[in-house]
Write a protein that binds this ligand. Structure first.
Ligand code: PBG
Length: 356
């Protein structure tokens, strides 16, 4: 539709929708019953009609862990560092103080500890387990999410066990169950399988229940796409260096959307408490469809590459970083997400506090 522009009634006969001008000098006026701009005229009315709100309750902060004492900057994620266990405990205390409900932990496993079987994933004293215990001791009321997937532990960087060129499904699921139990014993509140093997949610649920962990939640990375936007994360956990090939035989094809609904339906049937769509902004349509169809708690992951893009543009002075951050986060709420995993979590929490 081409919207009629106001025209000078003097030069042409006035179209019907134009109010006759009081005098030839008067400004032209459209006779509009509906003016959507009325509700936007001031801050107070914009607040009254606002449909979606971002609050600190919507944020989960993904944190990278490393051995030793040094904070290690992640070059492709300005402002993000790998933290030692001691620093992670302080970060957890800061998160709790800001009101952030939960942290998600990701380890940089020493390269010498990675092998074909991912055996370090099952070590009760691995980095993630030690961090869980330390954080739970100091900040017991903060939620802890741990990732069930083998990529930070395998010598080849895949989320599952590799035989020849194949990622083994069922064999991997047995290891994931053990990994999940290892994390639950260390105090993890939510197990988040991000591996995309078939049947892992049901197997992990059964494994947890058999050990009386029936209160441990499962946040399933249900619709996880094979994405280029994971690049900076793979720097952070050291899998860009180890990964052989790509993950397209288990992560989803970015061209698909009905398939995401099948993945989500399957994970709900297997006992997922919360489902997730990942990456975030390029997949808002998937979040929307999942929420519309199933109405279950639905999280989004604003992944490392999305963070890196906003930060890079902001650091170049090309966009306003804080505004772009908040706009991107409320977009997830608009699409139907209940919570967002985002590296911006502490920054967004501070900004929201400032604006309150
Ligand atoms: C690994 C995992 C990945 C992310 C979370 N868990 C990367 C991958 O699948 O290669 C990506 C998160 C991000 O990019 O921020 N199972």
């Amino acid at each position: 539709m081409v919207w009629p522009l106001p025209q000078r009634p003097k030069r042409q006969p006035a179209p019907e929708h134009l109010t006759p001008a009081a005098s030839p000098a008067a400004a032209p006026k459209l006779n509009l019953t509906v003016r959507l701009r009325r509700n936007r005229k001031s801050d107070w009315t914009r607040r009254l009609v606002r449909e979606n709100t971002l609050t600190v309750d919507d944020l989960i902060w993904p944190v990278f862990l490393c051995e030793g004492d040094a904070r290690e900057p992640v070059a492709s994620m300005p402002g993000v560092e790998r933290l030692s266990i001691g620093q992670a405990v302080r970060a957890a205390a800061e998160a709790a103080k800001l009101g952030i409900p939960a942290l998600a932990l990701f380890p940089f496993t020493a390269l010498g500890l990675r092998n074909e079987q991912a055996s370090e994933a099952l070590n009760p004293n691995n980095l993630v387990c030690r961090a869980c215990r330390a954080i739970k001791r100091e900040v017991p009321n903060l939620g802890l999410v741990t990732d069930a997937a083998l990529d930070p532990y395998t010598s080849h960087g895949h989320d599952g066990l590799l035989r020849g060129e194949r990622i083994l499904n069922d064999e991997t699921v047995f290891v994931l169950v053990e990994q999940a139990l290892n994390q639950a014993r260390a105090g993890a509140d939510i197990i988040a399988p991000s591996d995309m093997m078939d049947g892992r949610v049901g197997a992990i649920r059964a494994g947890l229940d058999a050990e009386n962990f029936e209160d441990v939640q499962i946040l399933s990375y249900a619709a996880k796409y094979a994405s280029a936007f994971y690049g900076p994360f793979r720097d952070a956990v050291g899998t860009n260096a180890t990964l052989i090939g790509d993950k397209r035989t288990y992560q989803m094809d970015p061209a698909n959307s009905n398939e995401a609904l099948r993945e989500v339906a399957q994970d709900i049937a297997e006992g997922a408490d919360i489902v997730m769509v990942k990456p975030g902004l390029p997949y808002l349509d998937i979040i929307f469809r999942v929420k519309e169809r199933f109405g279950v708690p639905t999280f989004a992951y604003q992944v490392s590459g999305e963070y890196a893009m906003i930060m890079a543009a902001a650091n170049n002075g090309w966009i306003d970083g804080d505004k772009a951050m908040l706009e991107s986060l409320v977009a997830f709420k608009r699409a139907g997400a209940d919570a967002i995993l985002t590296y911006f979590a502490p920054r967004a929490a501070k900004k929201l506090k400032e604006m309150a």
